[in-house]
Design a protein around this ligand. Structure first.
Ligand code: ADP
Length: 440
């Protein structure tokens, strides 16, 4: 309570006692009551006056002493508090990690020096404006679960400074019982970049190894067959009858077709990676495309029952018909390759929100959960004891690239031993003609 350079409470106390002393002395000496009320004067009782003055002096001194002691203690406690606060502030400001506190309304209540140097001063009060330049709370915001008492930890990418942080959010109980969120941000941009680079190198290494083994193993056998049959045709031309010759020529054609498909897929994939594939997009009826592809597949794959299931009134969509046929062709061929003869393959399409959802389901061997994403990697094939097919692992990565060019998504749902469904979406509105960089 030091307002004017001295403690007001002590000053009031001293003034009180001085006033009381003056009143007692005045009362005794000037006999104020008898003058005021016109009563006979009473003689000055010097003994009583001395006692009262002494009493006032003792009580006054004691009170002032106690007040001073209390003041001293309060001052010491306050100094300790300031010291602790400054220590805490120094620690928080020396930290390389950003620390901030926000309230339930997303208002920033505190930031430390590291936040200041990474995100600048707090001009906008809301955390989503300050951290991400957004005008509304982030869609991924976890403040509710933090305010409910749980801690949250995840990677956070700042849209404001394009850096990646290891983010920890913890509930912070305030003195009034309310809860704020304490956020801690550790910049891990370089570490993440390194992890990403390593993953890319590993992937590149895997593709290189797969390409080598594919070329050395898978290409050799059709080439050996072609060479073998070609040698037989040249060396034993006269001894072979017409039907044998025809059989050999057909075998050569089959393996040459396989090789052509492989080279075409490889070329398409590298063009996709280089962003060289141009889509010829035009409004087209997906029903017509599906009917055509299914009819062709029924002739090509008589071993399976290929069915088409469509919902009523499907709108026309903007697609490159040849490329979408290529995707469907690949998925249907895979469905037949990886399921037993006589089983059903169902091709379906329906409109979901602003997208067309197309599915190819089979009752085949299925795909283990850990491979559901990897099957779309180039040259990725699931290792199995019994070799089901002689594929190169290019088909699905091509499908993913082509669907991505149409701004759609592709994924697979599967259960081992039961079957798989490959889904892909196509947006109902797509640009007319474009070249988008492909890839996974
Ligand atoms: P491949 O030429 O080897 O078939 P893909 O890229 O088309 O190459 O497929 C990659 C891998 O995904 C296949 O080797 C196979 O193991 C798995 N796969 C693809 N389609 C199916 C399916 N319908 N059922 C089970 N496994 C499948």
């Amino acid at each position: 309570m030091k307002k004017f350079g001295f403690d007001v409470r002590i000053a009031v106390c001293v003034a009180g006692f001085v006033l009381a002393g003056i009143l007692i002395v005045a009362d005794e000496i000037f006999d104020i009551p008898s003058r005021v009320f016109n009563t006979p004067p009473t003689p000055v009782n010097w003994m009583e006056l001395a006692t009262e003055t002494f009493f006032i002096l003792v009580v006054g001194s004691l009170t002032i002493f106690l007040l001073q002691q209390l003041n001293l203690r309060r001052k010491r406690a306050q100094e300790m508090l300031y010291l602790e606060r400054d220590k805490l502030a120094t620690i928080l400001n020396c930290m390389e990690d950003g620390i901030y506190i926000i309230n339930t309304k997303h208002d920033i209540e505190y930031i430390n020096q590291a936040m200041l140097s990474q995100f600048g001063p707090v001009k906008e009060r809301k955390c989503y404006q300050y951290l991400h330049n957004l005008e509304e709370p982030c869609p991924w915001c976890k403040i509710q679960s933090v305010l409910e008492g749980s801690s949250v930890r995840r990677d956070l990418y700042s849209l404001k400074n394009q850096r990646t942080y290891d983010y920890i959010g913890t509930p912070l109980k305030n003195s009034d019982g309310s809860i704020s969120k304490l956020g801690m941000l550790r910049d891990i941009t370089e570490r993440k970049q390194l992890e990403w680079d390593i993953a890319k190198l590993e992937e590149l290494d895997r593709v290189k190894r797969s390409l080598l083994s594919t070329v050395s193993h898978e290409l050799r056998s059709p080439l050996a067959t072609i060479r073998g049959y070609a040698s037989m045709l040249t060396d034993y031309r006269r001894k072979l009858n017409e039907s044998k010759k025809r059989e050999f020529v057909l075998a050569i054609k089959k393996d040459a077709d396989e090789l052509t498909d492989f080279v075409n897929d490889l070329l398409d994939l590298s063009r996709l990676e280089a962003g060289l594939i141009m889509l010829e997009v035009k409004p087209y009826s997906i029903v017509r495309v599906l009917k055509r592809v299914v009819a062709a597949a029924q002739i090509r794959l008589p071993s399976h029952q290929i069915l088409l299931k469509l919902t009523k009134r499907l709108p026309r969509i903007n697609i490159d018909v040849i490329r979408i046929q290529q995707v469907l062709h690949n998925l249907i061929d895979n469905a037949a390759t990886y399921s037993a003869e006589g089983t059903e393959i169902v091709v379906s399409a329906r409109k979901v929100d602003n997208e067309m959802l197309v599915g190819v389901s089979d009752q085949g061997i299925g795909i283990p959960a850990e491979d559901l994403e990897k099957v779309f990697y180039p040259m990725y094939r699931i290792e199995s004891k019994e070799k089901v097919s002689r594929g190169m692992g290019l088909g699905l990565s091509l499908c993913r690239g082509l669907v991505a060019l149409h701004e759609g998504r592709i994924w697979v749902e599967s259960e081992v031993g039961v079957g798989s469904t490959f889904w892909f979406t196509l947006p109902l509105e797509t640009a007319r003609s474009k070249s988008v960089k492909g890839g996974r």
